[in-house]
Design a protein around this ligand. Structure first.
Ligand code: F6P
Length: 349
């Protein structure tokens, strides 16, 4: 290995920069040159808004101070085009043209798929899981997940303080795409009384019943944490009709939101003021926690050591608290486990 490339792809996640620094430091130790490819796979294809700046030499001096910076220094993007085989071949050729011997990809499931395709074309790849969603089955944690949870826990604690002050229940929406990990962990860590996630079917009436019984028992400021894509698993309920009939104008085709759910609960729970908070990009743009920074350090280091040993096409992850690697193809095939018992516990304690 004389020259390797590195890119971040998909949604940015705290810890991506720290992983880049670790790759750069380890590459420097082995005398390997590192090329930074900007804006994910777009940067390999000249598809970004700024192709001039898409591929740059990453020397230690350039990256040494970025480890605890927010966002991703390399920029990032989602690249739909990359699903096309001819585009993958073009990217492969472009890497060859600049004499890149291997590529480190930091991202989530879609980014791993892209790396797998490049590896099948003959470009050695190493993947580092970088997504706040924690939705990759082969690893206990992904870079950014711990930080996102900490941001959410902090936010929910603040919301709960105001809920307590005003005797108002709260709905708090967190990110995570189709994985309820951020929602679950946040709910458990904050003592939230209810949680709904995209993995489990749920019923608005059951949530309202639970809230009503909490209120009847004297808890007038309960928290419902919801995973952003929980709506896919909401049992059929004509919520637009319900709200329209109960004094809240809703337009045809309007999507359900946390705000709307709060309005529904208010009307199903004796008019109690239920307020909604959506925690958005603060989860992605946060400074990485010590856990994510340390994981980034180990993962970046392992990525380059694997390449140096000729162990290619590996995905780096964490198992039983230790950093390990396995083939990208196998990692992508591993099913994610959802802890149903814990979910039920939160909703009944
Ligand atoms: O994958 C990270 C994530 O923040 C998801 O939790 C969320 O569904 C999605 O990205 C939002 O994507 P965008 O960057 O398009 O807002």
């Amino acid at each position: 290995m004389k020259k390797i490339g590195i890119l971040t792809s998909g949604g940015d996640s705290p810890g991506m920069n720290a992983a880049v620094v670790s790759v750069a430091r380890t590459a420097a130790m082995y005398g390997i040159q590192l090329m930074g490819i900007k804006r994910g796979y777009n940067g390999l294809l000249g598809l970004s808004d700024d192709p001039e700046d898409d591929i740059t030499l990453l020397d230690l001096e350039t990256v040494l101070d970025i480890a605890d910076q927010r966002g991703t220094f390399l920029r990032t993007a989602r690249c739909e085009e990359f699903k096309k085989p001819e585009v993958q071949r073009e990217a492969f050729q472009n890497l060859r043209k600049i004499d890149v011997d291997a590529l480190v990809v930091i991202g989530g499931d879609g980014s791993f798929q892209g790396a797998l395709r490049l590896s099948e074309l003959g470009m050695p790849c190493i993947c580092i899981p970088g997504t706040i969603d924690n939705d990759l089955g082969y690893t206990e944690s992904t870079l950014g997940y711990d930080t996102a949870v900490n941001v959410c826990v902090d936010a929910v604690r603040s919301v709960r303080a105001t809920s307590r002050s005003h005797d108002r229940p709260a709905v708090v929406q967190v990110m995570g795409r189709n994985a309820g990990d951020i929602a679950m962990r946040t709910a458990i860590a904050t003592g939230a009384e209810m949680v709904v996630v995209p993995e489990m079917e749920w019923d608005v009436d059951e949530v309202a019943d639970r809230l009503n019984s909490l209120i009847a028992a004297g808890n007038t400021r309960a928290t419902l944490v919801i995973g952003e894509h929980c709506w896919h698993k909401m049992k059929e309920f004509d919520w637009r009709k319900f709200l329209n009939e109960n004094g809240k104008k809703v337009y045809e085709g309007e999507p359900i939101t946390a705000e709307r759910l709060a309005s529904i609960l208010k009307r199903k729970c004796g008019g109690v003021e239920v307020r909604a908070t959506v925690i958005g990009y603060t989860q992605r743009g946060a400074i990485p926690t010590a856990y994510d920074s340390a994981f980034a350090f180990e993962a970046g280091n392992m990525a380059v050591r694997l390449l140096n040993r000729g162990m290619i096409n590996q995905a780096v992850g964490v198992r039983h608290g230790r950093v390990f690697s396995m083939p990208i193809a196998d990692a992508l095939n591993m099913q994610k486990h959802f802890d149903k018992e814990l979910y039920e516990l939160v909703n009944k304690l």
